[in-house]
Structures are given as structure tokens and as C-alpha cells.
Design a protein around this ligand. Sequence first.
Ligand SMILES: *[C@@H]1O[C@H](CO)[C@@H](O)[C@H](O)[C@H]1NC(C)=O
Ligand SMILES: *[C@@H]1O[C@H](CO)[C@@H](O)[C@H](O)[C@H]1NC(C)=O
Ligand SMILES: *[C@@H]1O[C@H](CO)[C@@H](O)[C@H](O)[C@H]1NC(C)=O
Ligand SMILES: *[C@@H]1O[C@H](CO)[C@@H](O)[C@H](O)[C@H]1NC(C)=O
Ligand SMILES: *[C@@H]1O[C@H](CO)[C@@H](O)[C@H](O)[C@H]1NC(C)=O
Ligand SMILES: *[C@@H]1O[C@H](CO)[C@@H](O)[C@H](O)[C@H]1NC(C)=O
Ligand SMILES: *[C@@H]1O[C@H](CO)[C@@H](O)[C@H](O)[C@H]1NC(C)=O
Ligand SMILES: *[C@@H]1O[C@H](CO)[C@@H](O)[C@H](O)[C@H]1NC(C)=O
Ligand SMILES: *[C@@H]1O[C@H](CO)[C@@H](O)[C@H](O)[C@H]1NC(C)=O
Ligand SMILES: *[C@@H]1O[C@H](CO)[C@@H](O)[C@H](O)[C@H]1NC(C)=O
Ligand SMILES: *[C@@H]1O[C@H](CO)[C@@H](O)[C@H](O)[C@H]1NC(C)=O
Ligand SMILES: *[C@@H]1O[C@H](CO)[C@@H](O)[C@H](O)[C@H]1NC(C)=O
Length: 412
Amino acid sequence: MERCACYVTLCLLGLGLLETNAFEVKIKDDSNKTCIYANLRVNFTIAYNTTNGTSKSVTFVAPDNVTTEGSSCGQSDAGPLLNVHFGNGHAWSLNFTKNDKDYRGSILNFTYNISDSILFPNAKERGLLASVTNTSFFVPVPLNASYKCSHEDTVTTERVLQLYWNVTLQAYIENSTLGKDFHCSADIPSTTLSPTTNSTAIPTTATTPKPTTKPVDKPTVGNYSVSNGSETCLLASMGVQLNVSQLVEGKNVWTALNIDPHSTKSSGTCGNDTALLRLTNSPTVVEFFFFIKKKNFHLQEVNVTLINGSGFSYRTNVNLSLWEASLGNSYLCRKEQLITVSEDLYMNTFEVRVQPFSVHNSTFGTASECHLDDDSILIPIIVGAALSGLIVIIVIAYLIGRRKTYAGYQTL
Ligand SMILES: *[C@@H]1O[C@H](CO)[C@@H](O)[C@H](O)[C@H]1NC(C)=O
Ligand SMILES: *[C@@H]1O[C@H](CO)[C@@H](O)[C@H](O)[C@H]1NC(C)=O
Ligand SMILES: *[C@@H]1O[C@H](CO)[C@@H](O)[C@H](O)[C@H]1NC(C)=O
Ligand SMILES: *[C@@H]1O[C@H](CO)[C@@H](O)[C@H](O)[C@H]1NC(C)=O
Ligand SMILES: *[C@@H]1O[C@H](CO)[C@@H](O)[C@H](O)[C@H]1NC(C)=O
Ligand SMILES: *[C@@H]1O[C@H](CO)[C@@H](O)[C@H](O)[C@H]1NC(C)=O
Ligand SMILES: *[C@@H]1O[C@H](CO)[C@@H](O)[C@H](O)[C@H]1NC(C)=O
Ligand SMILES: *[C@@H]1O[C@H](CO)[C@@H](O)[C@H](O)[C@H]1NC(C)=O
Ligand SMILES: *[C@@H]1O[C@H](CO)[C@@H](O)[C@H](O)[C@H]1NC(C)=O
Ligand SMILES: *[C@@H]1O[C@H](CO)[C@@H](O)[C@H](O)[C@H]1NC(C)=O
Ligand SMILES: *[C@@H]1O[C@H](CO)[C@@H](O)[C@H](O)[C@H]1NC(C)=O
Ligand SMILES: *[C@@H]1O[C@H](CO)[C@@H](O)[C@H](O)[C@H]1NC(C)=O
């Protein structure tokens, strides 16, 4: 108490240019020294039930005019606390812990006022609701270093999806000066890559215009890429459709959801031996994790975050072995493919071309085509194999028959 006559300053960001909202705050102690600095952008997507029984989601950006009352530089028994208030009673807080080498975020508490009828029209609930998590996005950072992450990172709880980007954050600041940058792994460029131009030439098999019969249309093929600074390090183009089973009046009803490339953002990370492609079509997020094994890459994990009647939930399959091609090549599959993510969710992909590693000049490498595409060859092979199998069976049957007849002769 006695130490905490914290003076709090609040800086409005005149970020200028075209950029949207970000807040920047500095927390000072009683001797006017800055102990916490934060400058970040965050989008909140919140699921809620309406008075008429439907569920809804809203997305909003944390504004730049925020206040910081309740923040503190910490005392003997509690770590530093950053407490940010904005809008009509919403608050975002993060406290910190440290050891002798590094510090990290502890509990992230986002509280939203669902009575705010401008943000949450027709909300059934009233009052303050909290989304509390152990921070996963804020890794241990060396003391006196400043955490920096321009890539996007998400924090998901049952009803709230928080999307962070352009984060600069430091606690336990000494001498009121930000320490040197400690970059999140997503920001660290991996190996050799070349300048970016365009996510180019996909051999789009001419989709003949279909008559507009629609149970569900095929999804539009989108071009996605991930960059490492200025260089494109992952390329993908595909159409994605999710099929979700939901319980409606006691029955499982499957609903198809097409990922519309026009409203989808791609992001992700490129590592030396793992890569992530994240497609965000708020409130749905689809993540593809690629791994390298023996000079080949493959799709190993798919993680889908969805909203439904009860809020956000995710489905994941970490045991896939799909979309394999050798490093330097791209994987190509024109046919529709089905990926089972969970019992109640599967994904259909169309016209897939991906290259999660070794992208040069923002162009796809040589295509390795999937087997499905080779059915012109495959069918004769299958028929041939079946025929030879039949011949072998006939020969064996004939031989057995002969032996039996012969044995018959013996006994006589
Ligand atoms: C703290 O610093 C600000 C300027 O940085 C100054 O206006 C204010 O008077 C100082 N407060 C104290 C208690 O030193
Ligand atoms: C429920 O309210 C939303 C607006 O909040 C409206 O769009 C929707 O049509 C309503 N549904 C029913 C069944 O009344
Ligand atoms: C954040 O939300 C706003 C408003 O919905 C949207 O326009 C913007 O694209 C979102 N930003 C990101 C990075 O998703
Ligand atoms: C923040 O700014 C918006 C408009 O720029 C204004 O409507 C709102 O009242 C401000 N909020 C606070 C807490 O100052
Ligand atoms: C952070 O806050 C939570 C409660 O909001 C508390 O349980 C936890 O001990 C705090 N951590 C630190 C390091 O102060
Ligand atoms: C989260 O913040 C709200 C309001 O600021 C507070 O009432 C609640 O106790 C906090 N929850 C935790 C676990 O710290
Ligand atoms: C992140 O901030 C930098 C400047 O600090 C800006 O150039 C860049 O456009 C920002 N990125 C996003 C996605 O807002
Ligand atoms: C803070 O200042 C003290 C005394 O000037 C110095 O010994 C210390 O190294 C400084 N710490 C940092 C992180 O710069
Ligand atoms: C990038 O590719 C798209 C089609 O994939 C094309 O329409 C566009 O003109 C290309 N842009 C450049 C700069 O080559
Ligand atoms: C990736 O490879 C480069 C060069 O081979 C190396 O310098 C870097 O440390 C590696 N990064 C990781 C995370 O392994
Ligand atoms: C899938 O995404 C959710 C929500 O972001 C996350 O909590 C979970 O750890 C992810 N699972 C995997 C296997 O990446
Ligand atoms: C909506 O209401 C249902 C049933 O009352 C509940 O299970 C669910 O958690 C609620 N969802 C949200 C987002 O509040």
C-alpha cells in the first residue's frame, strides 16, 4: 500500500497514417520511474446469447484512449499489475512474475460489460463477464528485455477470442528505459528466402461454371501466404469447407461453412522444421501445422476454432500425415479431399497447393501431385492387380483341385 502511490500516465497514440487502434501505456512508481510499458493491438471477438435465443458474436478493437487506474509496479507480496480500462466498463489486466533470469505474464483477465448495448445489442446476460487465462502468448522474457511480437497471436477462452499483434511489452523496467528487443519466435526469420512479389500462378483447373444448384456451393479457392519480415516463406492456395455437426432439437445436423477468401486473413509462422498457416475468418480460425520428416514436409495437425451456441470451442487432430512432398517442391491436389478433424467436424479441401518451406521468389516450387489426381493411371493399375489376383486364385484352386483328385486315386 505505502509504496503504491503510483502515478500513471497515459499516452494517446497519434500513430498517424492509416493504422487503426492500438493503446500505449506506461505505469510509473512513486518515484516517477516507469516500471511497465505496453503498446499493443488487440481485437476481441465475443460470443453471446441474445434475448431471442440466438447466439451472436461481435468483434471490436481495443481503442487508443484507455485509462490505467488500479495498475501497480508491485509490492513484496504481489507482482506488477497492468490494468487497462476502456469504453463502457471494459477492462484488460495482466500481472507479472519473475525469477532471477526472466519475467513473464501471469494471469490475463479481460472483463467486458455485456450490458453495453452498443457493443452487445440484445444481449441476454447483464453485467460484467470475465475471461481469465494463464497467458500463453507472453513467453518468459529475459529481465531487462522488451518483448516484441508483430505477428498475430491468439488467446482463446470459451466465449472470447483475443487476437494480438504488434505487441511491445516490458515489465520490471529499470531506469525507465526499455531494454533490448526480445522477439517472439514468429518474428524471427528462418533461413534463406528471397524478396516478395506475388503469390503467383496456381494451375487452376478451369472450373466450368455450374448451374446454380446449391445444397452448398464449393468454397472459393483463396491464395494465402505467410511472410517473414518482407519475404514470403509459406504459400498456399486452396478452397476450404468446414462441416460441423451440431445438436439441433436432439438431432445431429451437419452444417457446411465455406471459408470465404475475401474476408479471410492469413497469418502464421515459418520455422526451420515447423510451419503454421492460420486462416482467420472471424470468428472461425483454421490452423494448419506442417512438419518436416526426412527431407519431406507434411501436414500433421489441423486446429479449428469455432463458435457455436455455447461459445468458442476448438477441434484438433494432431495425428495427420497428409499433403506430403519433398522440400523445395509444392504439394498439389486438385481433387476434393476430406480431413477428419474430430467426430463432429471434418474439412473438405479443394484445389490444394501448398508449400510451407523453402519458398523462393514467392513462387511455388515444382508440384508433387497427390495420388488422387492420378486416377487415370490408378484405375488400370487397380483393374490389372485385381485381374492378376484372380488368375493366381484360379491357378491355386486348380492345383488344389488336382492334388485332391490325385489323393483320391491313392486311397482307392
Ligand atoms: C513525474 O514526471 C512528470 C514528467 O515526466 C512530471 O510532470 C511530474 O511532475 C513528475 N512527478 C513527480 C512526483 O516527480
Ligand atoms: C434475433 O435477433 C437478431 C438481432 O439481434 C435478429 O437478427 C434475428 O433475426 C432474431 N431472430 C429471431 C428468431 O427473431
Ligand atoms: C480487428 O477488428 C476490426 C473490426 O472488426 C477489423 O476491421 C480488423 O480487420 C480486425 N483486425 C485483425 C487483425 O483481425
Ligand atoms: C475515447 O474516444 C472516443 C472517440 O474517439 C470517445 O467517444 C470516447 O468517449 C473516449 N473514451 C474515453 C474513455 O475517453
Ligand atoms: C495475478 O493475479 C491473480 C489473480 O488475478 C493472482 O491469483 C496471482 O497470484 C497474481 N500473480 C502474481 C504474480 O501476482
Ligand atoms: C478479473 O477482473 C474483474 C474485474 O476487474 C474482477 O472482478 C475479477 O475478480 C478478476 N478475476 C480474476 C481471476 O482475477
Ligand atoms: C505494426 O506496427 C508497425 C510500426 O510499428 C507498422 O508499420 C505496421 O503496419 C503495424 N502492423 C500492423 C499489422 O498493424
Ligand atoms: C540502471 O542504472 C544503474 C545505475 O546507473 C546501472 O548500474 C544499471 O546497469 C542500469 N540498468 C539498466 C538495465 O540499464
Ligand atoms: C498476383 O497474382 C494474381 C493472381 O494470382 C494476379 O491477378 C495479380 O495481377 C498478380 N500481381 C502481380 C503484381 O503480379
Ligand atoms: C534455423 O536455422 C538457422 C540456420 O541454419 C539457424 O541459425 C537457426 O538458429 C535455426 N533456428 C532454429 C529455431 O532452430
Ligand atoms: C488449438 O487452438 C486452441 C485455441 O487457440 C488452443 O487452445 C489449442 O492449444 C490449439 N491446439 C493445438 C494442438 O494447437
Ligand atoms: C448460451 O446459452 C446456452 C444455454 O443457456 C449456454 O449453454 C451457453 O453457454 C450460452 N452461450 C454464451 C456464449 O453465453
